[in-house]
Design a protein around this ligand. Sequence first.
Ligand code: GLU
Length: 551
Amino acid sequence: MTNKELADLIFPDIDKDIKYYENKYQPRDLPEGAKVTRFAPSPTGYMHLGGFFQAIIDYVLAKNSNGLFYLRIEDTDTKREVKEAVDLIFESLNHYGIKPDEFEYNGEVTGNYGPYFQSERKEIYHTFIKYLIEIGRAYPCFCTKEELDELRKHQEERKFRTGYYGRYAKCRILPIEKQIEKIKNGEDYVIRFKSEGNFDLKFKTEDQVKGTLELSQNDEDFVIMKSSDKLPTYHFAHIVDDYLMKTTHVVRGEEWLSSLPKHLELFRAFGFKAPKYVHTPLLVKKDGNSIRKISKRKDPEASMSYYKDKGYPTEALIESLMTIINSNYEEWHTQNPDKKFYEFQYSPKKMSSAGGAFFDLDKLDNISRNVISKMTKDEVYDNLYKWADEYNKEFASIISKDVDYTKSILNIEREQKKPRKDYVYYSDIENQIWYMFPELFDKHEKVYEWGTINDINEIKNIVSTYFDKYYDNKDDKETWFNEVKELCDELGYASDMKAYKENPEDFKGSVADVSTVIRVAITTKSMTPDLYEILKLLSKEEIEKRINLIK
Ligand code: GLU
């Protein structure tokens, strides 16, 4: 009996061969040097920041080289409903403007190298596995879970390397007749790769980030097809896919580095050229005095939804990840503020990899403050509205009642050389401008943050004198300020800070204290943007209403 008979018995319906697929998926028509990258997430229903980090690298590599970036859904492992999980992947990429050139979504396919869902590629995988069986490089294994547990225990007790290799790979020496007989008897089996490697021998390979690596050869007869659903394992599926979809660069987490020898041996068994590998460092954070991996279980910021929910501008998250990707990004970005992030020439070699890639939320907040401060009032309004429409409907309806009014508020100390940087994310804005909207002011709990002047009679005195005698909504800024000074002179406060500093005992306080009283009376807050602008924007009636609350 022959391998061919065994292969036919296992895959009776497979009538195509590798050549068929090689013909079907011709080399891509791309310019010299173009890189083909892919984002290949498993639809787990959770989008990790680390995955997005890799997707950005994929995207930048493709864009840098006039190449192509595609999305492949690795759903060979999920028993759960994948539809929602796939929606999440698409929405996450889409939110950041990262559009794959090829993908499959809601039944629509863009690109000629699909299917782009692994679960739809079963026939392809079976063809390739069938071939390996025919050439004697794969075989059925009938070991039960108990037998494998027993083997592991045996190896652990003796402190041997664990795994299905060498003399432990029992089924590899089963005669074909026996294999066929067992299959015909309906015994359960997986398909394993038949390794020709020797663990004691090393080989050299290049990683785009880590440089030259010296690794032990693989000698494990690892599983390439599972028994239950006859779907391939990750190790096998991605080899076939990356080959047929013409991937030139595989960007993935460094947790895959240890299985690289397996993957390279598979490529060799087929006689295919392996793609280049870009193994990215884990994202790490400071936790007290130690540095640890950002974890799904412990850190809300591990999830991509964290950033969207809070309303970080997409540019801010991208910028903070780009600075981790290559530390010279920041400088480049400052010099080329109008260029798109993907025009930056990414160099995998310059990516720091030892000890992980440090992701810092404080740094993101800083970047985000800057990004929002540089937006025009129209941009910040549009982004805020879009966020609020999804996450805070009531606020969305309030800010959109009089769009020009809201834009004027957002424009206080904006669109100027040194704009104010008080907003970190969109969800933070209501908290800082609620007092500018009468309906929010009315229902907000009011905690007046009085400063040095906190005697209520004196406060009333300042407020009434100012508003009865001086306040005029039409004043320009200079007049306004002069009037506040006059008010100070009238009430015994220093209108000149210098004079006050020289002889504080001559005054009840200074113009700064008096301004604070007016500011707090109107907004309840001791820290606000420019008071003149606030007084100018609020209507006369609204101001009166607020004054009466104090009087
Ligand atoms: N599906 C694998 C994962 O989610 C992809 C790894 C790869 O990009 O090859 O980790």
